[in-house]
Design a protein around this ligand. Structure first.
Ligand code: CTP
Ligand code: CA
Length: 228
């Protein structure tokens, strides 16, 4: 639905949204990846455009049409996403990390396809840690910049979320409870949005657009007024 002038509360703002899931190459035909569809990040980008923002969408391995009006930057690995996000974040008012960034990548890349050797068991793949983009955004943020993370948690979902929010120095953390078939690739999502100010906003199960609108409401409330 089109929003009237009153709904364009992100006009004059630049927001960066990451979406999808990174892939860490093992060899030219194989990778380590995850099940993120990119739907939540794309919903965030579409709703931010509708609210008047200039939107940079840093996408990793999604099969979704570009949202009209957003600048889309295609990336593959976590390292590529890091470069694209940090570069776009320079003049951004808000950065929302909806992407699933692979925590680890293979320590080495095989330039040619790994082949089965007759009878032999495969070599183990050694992994190393990827950079934590959200933590880096939290450390290097400009004054007034609003940083938002996403987390899929099991077990003590809220305690895990609070700890993660603090560790990454974010302003907001959208926490999903995950289980089989609960979130990935589905159009709807239930979540609680934790704020560094101690707030907790429950979002009932509903379309990812509805969660996106609530995230932008919470972001808009934390932005500094535009200089006249
Ligand atoms: N994230 C990131 N860079 C990484 C890993 C995660 O920017 N290397 C971001 C994600 O985009 C997300 C948030 O951090 O917004 C939380 O991701 P999550 O995987 O829940 O957190 P981790 O710190 O990786 O912790 P865990 O061990 O629970 O996976
Ligand atoms: Ca992780």
């Amino acid at each position: 639905l089109a929003r009237g002038a009153a709904g364009r509360d992100l006009a004059g703002r630049h927001v960066v949204v990451s979406a999808g899931g990174t892939r860490e190459a093992i060899d030219p035909v194989r990778f380590i990846g995850n099940r993120s569809s990119g739907l939540q990040g794309y919903a965030l980008a579409r709703t931010a455009v509708a609210r008047g923002a200039r939107v940079t969408l840093v996408a990793a391995n999604v099969a979704l049409p570009d949202p009209a009006g957003a600048d889309v930057v295609a990336t593959g690995s976590a390292e590529e996403m890091r470069k694209a996000v940090l570069s776009a974040a320079g003049d951004a008012d808000a950065v929302v990390m909806a992407a699933a960034v692979a925590d680890f990548r293979p320590a080495g890349y095989h330039g040619s396809k790994i082949k089965k050797a007759d009878g032999a068991e495969p070599e183990p793949i050694r992994l190393v840690k990827n950079p934590d983009i959200l933590a880096e955004l939290g450390e290097t943020r400009r004054p007034g910049q609003v940083i938002v993370g996403f987390a899929a948690e099991t077990d003590d979902v809220l305690a895990n979320g609070r700890a993660k929010l603090a560790r990454k120095r974010s302003d907001l953390l959208v926490v999903n409870q995950v289980g089989e078939e609960m979130t990935f690739g589905r159009p709807d999502n239930a979540a609680v949005v934790l704020g560094a100010d101690g707030s907790a906003t429950e979002v009932p199960r509903g379309p990812k657009e509805a969660l996106a609108e609530i995230v932008w409401d919470l972001v808009a409330a934390r932005l500094e007024p535009l200089s006249p």
